[in-house]
Design a protein around this ligand. Structure first.
Ligand SMILES: [Zn+2]
Length: 426
């Protein structure tokens, strides 16, 4: 379930709630539902005539015309150009105004904060990213988020009233019962912080928050160029490994939002202890820290390696791509080990597509070839045969775009969010 700010909840309770037996409010409710339906159709179709809207909804031409007149007044829809004639007068095509509002997507990782500002079609208008030790610095991380959002809006000459909503992705499961909170087990220093409350108060806008792998999966489904209706698993390979599932068009969150905690599946019951308290979790083998430790150990036998000096995942990937044997061994190990995790995932879920994202995937075939070999050795033949395994094409902005998409999805599901941002009520 998406999570909503208290502001949006308040609006919900203020919305007309009288039963349909009340003639006046009943009609208003029906009209609001119709206008929401038309908005979503207009967004999906990009350009559509009133006659097409009437055909696809079954609503009368006069009802369509009345609602469209109101939508034109709001600025969310405009008359674009004459369309093809079907025998009579050329119809005027209506278009959704993608630039009527901004969406803000915040990607809060373990060691960075990134902020994307997009239009209502996920076209990036501003991008900013900065390193910070998020885990240990809640106060400074929240301050950095607001600074990056403020600076981005200032660059665009925009103010908060033009922001339709803010989506935040976090490196933690998000419990729908505690929607603004991070899991204290993983991020104890964030115990007293409610991110939704903080940003909602700062920007007076609806705020949505979810786990990074979940919003990564959402971004792949919306903007990854895939056919509608595919069951998709997104695996984020970063400080830790997380998976997000979109099944039948909806994110599968599981109980308390902890579905997809792939990094904490046990690969080696006798392995090292994980921050979660279990032993031999996938994260203890291929999380960033584990890989960098492995690279460091490899340097003992390779004094001339490109990996000398301060080690980072970026440096590891660059060295592997440049042909450094120590770096390539580490990436190959990561591929084989992640392959075990992906094979298990395929055997359990058998999605249509598995998409991998995160900094390590920049290694390309060096990572993916051993991964795919392991998968084909370890998962049922038919599961492999049907599942595509790909690297995300959305790049480093994917998760932030997915975060922004939460706000768009919410507004298209509930068009009163558009109205709450200053549009006349339809
Ligand atoms: Zn663990």
């Amino acid at each position: 379930m998406r999570t909503m700010s208290s502001r949006a909840d308040l609006l919900d309770t203020e919305a007309p709630s009288a039963p349909f037996s009340d003639g006046i409010l009943g009609a208003a409710q029906v009209r609001a539902q119709h206008s929401g339906l038309l908005l979503r159709l207009l967004w999906q179709a990009r350009e559509v005539s009133r006659a097409d809207l009437s055909r696809s909804t079954g609503l009368s031409r006069s009802t369509i015309s009345a609602i469209v007149a109101d939508l034109l007044d709001t600025g969310l829809v405009h008359e674009a150009r004459p369309g093809e004639s079907r025998g009579g007068r050329k119809p005027i095509l209506l278009a959704f105004n993608d630039d009527a509002y901004y969406l803000v997507g915040v990607d809060m990782g373990a060691t960075h904060v990134s902020v994307v500002v997009t239009n209502l079609r996920a076209v990036t208008r501003s991008w900013a990213t900065q390193s910070i030790a998020v885990r240990n610095q809640p106060e400074a991380s929240l301050a950095l988020i607001t600074r990056l959002v403020d600076e981005s809006l200032a660059r665009l000459g925009a103010d908060a009233s033009q922001v339709l909503g803010i989506g935040v992705s976090v490196p933690s499961p998000v419990d729908p019962d505690r929607p603004g909170r991070l899991l204290p087990l993983i991020l104890p220093k964030w115990r007293d912080y409610d991110i939704i409350e903080h940003l909602g108060a700062r920007y007076d806008a609806p705020v949505f928050m979810d786990n990074d792998a979940n919003v990564g999966a959402l971004a792949e489904v919306w903007w990854g160029g895939r056919r509608e209706g595919v069951d998709l698993a997104f695996i984020k390979v970063a400080m830790g490994i997380g998976a997000g599932f979109v099944i039948k068009g909806r994110i599968h969150r599981g109980r308390h939002g902890t579905a997809g905690e792939m990094g904490h599946t046990a690969l080696d019951p006798n392995g090292p202890r994980c921050v979660c308290g279990l032993t031999g979790c996938l994260n203890t083998l291929v999380g960033s820290d584990a890989l960098l430790a492995r690279a460091k150990a490899g340097l003992v036998d390779a004094p001339n390696s490109l990996l000398k000096g301060r080690l980072t995942v970026d440096k590891l990937v660059d060295a592997a791509l440049a042909g450094d044997p120590t770096a390539q061994e580490v990436i190959g190990f990561a591929g084989r080990t992640l392959g075990v995790g992906v094979a298990n995932l395929l055997n359990l879920l058998a999605p249509d597509v598995v998409v991998l994202g995160g900094g390590l995937t920049r290694a390309g075939a060096l990572l993916m070839k051993p991964l795919e070999e392991t998968v084909s050795n370890m998962s049922l033949a038919n599961a492999v045969g049907r599942t595509q395994i790909e690297v995300s094409q959305l790049g480093e902005r994917g998760v932030a775009l997915g975060a922004a998409t939460m706000a768009l999805e919410a507004a298209l599901d509930d068009h009163t969010l558009f109205h709450s941002r200053g549009l006349a009520t339809v």
